[in-house]
Design a protein around this ligand. Structure first.
Ligand code: LLP
Length: 425
């Protein structure tokens, strides 16, 4: 076996040579194992449950096939994600359609495909859906997203369950607004939803949210609504750096199920079906990004910059959230004697720092560098900044590898460009 860095049984240097860099590499085996850990935790807790994989994390037609074959549902948050899923053959009945500002065309599309659930995010959206379903004489099952007023300890930009939030119905208005569905012919309320934020490593805010949700659930049932499910969203954190705290879903899920069972008994209501929408915890550890080191520059007396052939265009998270990542040089052993503290920077024409400070074994031009845990919110948030082409995505399964998404070409970059007549000569 070579000394090279191995990911999911594959030599990463060989992958970089075969497919080129920058390259997103996703492991189907890890994706499936992560989905199954969540399913197994629910099974062992004996709960009525569903898992909606959060498509915003990492979505393409191949990923939809993986999700479908695991028998779980899919959360989509735009017409584009919905289209991708349907185009891949995903069963629309297992799709849950989200979004805080769905437009008319998206609502029509969701009804046209007969998605299993629409999550209503505002009073205004409920009214639009009422009008649309009456016009089409078509029934739809809905959940209502509620803002439970929980402040989870995570980055401010990914905290979404606070009272001051664009997401969901304010808790104080939820009962009245959801109650209106009793008078509606085609909008059928089946549950309530919340998502308190992402990259949360502590189970307390989740347990607290489940209590708030169950209290509202009880009120709605006593108002005569025929609800059956509570969707608690996603948000399970993962360790990006070796010493980061990790969120143990196998421990948390049975605890949450027991807690909800106990609370339901106390409140004398039937235990609801529990739905979760994990994204990051499924996809992040299943992916790495491979780069080739180019320029290595020592600033005298200060630091060494190691520049790679990608950066904020394929991973905007460090620039957006100050997110930290771990990395290794794939073609060299992690030899302590060779370690130097460096900054890994990307190729975009601005600061573009991927990793502010990391010890790497004497990085040289031509080395292959792997940034770890990039499977979530990297490919899905990539841009063409500087007219960089989005990298290819390669999928690994056992000892096989195949292209999941082609690398963009220069032609792709100009294919939607048009020259207005007055600029033609
Ligand atoms: N369900 C809903 C309604 C959501 O809004 C989200 C994420 C999820 C589920 C999945 O959450 P997860 O399990 O991945 O934490 N771009 C940011 C993350 C934004 C999360 C948005 N919503 C980042 O790169 O950290």
């Amino acid at each position: 076996m070579s000394e090279n860095f191995i990911f999911s049984g594959h030599d990463t240097v060989a992958l970089a040579q075969k497919y080129g860099t920058p390259l997103y590499v996703m492991s189907e085996d890890i994706l499936r194992a992560n989905i199954n850990r969540i399913k197994d935790a629910f099974e062992s807790a004996g709960a009525d449950y569903d898992v909606n994989y959060a498509g915003k994390t990492f979505l393409n037609m191949g990923m939809c096939r993986i999700v479908a074959s695991e028998g779980v549902s899919l959360d989509v948050a735009s017409g584009g994600e919905l289209y991708t899923a349907v185009k891949s053959g995903f069963n629309p009945a297992r799709i849950c359609f989200h979004g805080s500002n769905k437009n008319q065309a998206e609502l029509e599309m969701a009804l046209g495909y007969k998605v299993g659930r629409i999550v209503i995010d505002s009073e205004w959206e409920l009214e639009r859906l009422r009008l649309l379903t009456e016009e089409l004489e078509q029934s739809v099952k809905v959940l209502f997203r509620v803002s439970p007023g929980i402040e989870a300890h995570t980055h401010e930009l990914i905290q979404t369950g606070k009272i001051d939030s664009k997401f969901g119905l304010p808790l104080s208005q939820a009962r009245e607004i959801i109650g209106r569905t009793k008078e509606m012919d085609y909008v059928e309320a089946v549950g309530i939803h919340c998502h308190i934020g992402s990259q949360i490593a502590d189970e307390k805010p989740f347990l607290l949210a489940s209590e708030v949700m169950l209290d509202l659930y009880k009120e709605l049932i006593s108002d005569g609504l025929n609800l059956t499910e509570i969707n608690l969203g996603g948000g399970f954190g993962i360790p990006y750096l070796p010493n980061d705290p990790s969120f143990d879903v196998t421990n948390y899920i049975p605890k949450m199920v027991d807690h909800m069972r106990e609370m339901s008994e106390q409140r004398q209501i039937p235990m609801p079906k529990i739905v979760v929408e994990p994204g990051r915890s499924v996809a992040a550890p299943a992916g790495i990004t491979l780069y080739t080191v180019g320029t290595v520059k020592q600033i005298p007396g200060l630091k060494k910059y190691v520049s790679v052939d990608g950066g904020m265009a394929d991973n905007p998270r460090p620039a957006l959230y100050g997110a930290d990542y771990d990395a290794v040089i794939c073609n060299k052993p992690q030899d302590e004697a060779l370690m130097e503290e460096v900054t890994v920077s990307g190729k975009a024409c601005e600061t573009d720092t991927l990793i502010k400070s990391i010890k790497l074994p004497s990085p040289q031009p031509g080395d292959t560098l792997a940034v770890l845990h990039t499977g979530a919110y990297n490919y899905s948030m990539a841009s063409n900044y500087n007219r960089l082409r989005r990298p290819a995505v390669v999928l690994l399964k056992g000892d096989r590898s195949a292209i999941l998404v082609e690398r963009e070409s220069f032609e792709d970059l100009v294919k939607n460009d048009r020259i207005p007549s007055w600029l033609e000569d």
